[in-house]
Design a protein around this ligand. Structure first.
Ligand SMILES: [Zn+2]
Length: 285
């Protein structure tokens, strides 16, 4: 019941990105703690951590934005960007890898991120992580501060990683969390609704009401926002699975209005009602 036509859709998206005019994009930032910021521009949210000797980026958006991102970071710190960590392989999160590696940064990610980048003809070797891990890893930022990389179940893709700063109580969840929106589940890259729900459940158990959550897309969030997001996914999965098990085809299930109470808030962006129902229909066990 898994995998179908996603490569087609992905390449259509890449064409949209390629034609997009990045000259109009402005990079902005929000200060989360003394030494942690989030940067917004176009593409996935970027975490910026300022350690004792170096700056660390979690994700780096699209390649044409690198110089703007670097200029913005310079307004916040004089520490060099020595490390870039990726939450997963998608181009709106890793597009700057090559430029930043050429500027001297070390790219770090889960081994599946490297595998998926290698499989993508549009990326070159300079963009690949040069350090990979297979489960978890700790980076010591200095000043008794740590950054924990945690590979989670395949959910958005099979390379999904959470980056958690326990002392600061901040987490970057990558595209496991589309704040207030339906998520994209990239089934052709190993994505799975069941993995997504179990990862979010795990995160809710690990985090508390003071945790600052950086979603892959959308505004800075807290545990209540994450709970709301999980509740939508759990309920929608239940409805879609029930419809599927009653013998409805995908098309029939898409016509049943199963997500109607959330479509106006969650379904107006990149992923509409039809697509979230398709992802769940194809990947729910
Ligand atoms: Zn993504």
């Amino acid at each position: 019941m898994k995998r179908l036509l996603f490569p087609l859709m992905l390449s259509a998206c890449s064409m949209v990105f390629a034609q997009r005019d990045f000259s109009k994009v402005e990079i902005t930032s929000e200060k989360l703690t003394d030494n942690i910021y989030v940067l917004f521009g176009a593409g996935g949210n970027i975490g910026l951590l300022i350690g004792e000797d170096a700056a660390y980026l979690i994700d780096d958006q699209f390649s044409p934005l690198t110089s703007k991102i670097v200029d913005h970071v310079k307004t916040l710190t004089d520490k060099p960007i020595n490390f870039v960590l990726n939450t997963h392989h998608h181009g709106d999160h890793t597009g700057g890898n090559e430029n930043l590696a050429n500027n001297g940064a070390t790219i770090i990610a889960h081994e599946n991120v490297r595998e998926l980048l290698e499989a993508d003809e549009k990326t070159s070797e300079a963009a690949y992580p040069v350090i990979t891990f297979n489960d978890k890893m700790t980076l010591y930022l200095g000043d008794d501060k740590r950054l924990l990389a945690m590979h989670v179940n395949p959910a958005h893709t099979k390379g999904d990683t959470y980056y958690y700063l326990p002392e600061a109580n901040v987490i970057h969840m990558g595209d496991n969390f589309f704040a207030g929106r339906y998520p994209y589940i990239d089934i052709s890259s190993g994505g799975d609704i069941d993995g997504l729900i179990s990862n979010v459940t795990m995160a809710l158990g690990m985090l508390d009401e003071n945790t600052i959550i950086i979603p892959g897309h959308g505004s800075i969030s807290n545990i209540t926002d994450l709970e709301d997001y999980k509740n939508v996914l759990v309920e929608l999965r239940k409805r879609v699975k029930k419809a599927r098990e009653a013998g409805n085809s995908l098309e029939e299930t898409q016509q049943m209005n199963l997500s109607k109470e959330w479509d106006a808030t969650h379904g107006t962006g990149f992923i509409n009602a039809e697509r979230i129902i398709e992802f769940i229909y194809k990947s729910a066990d």
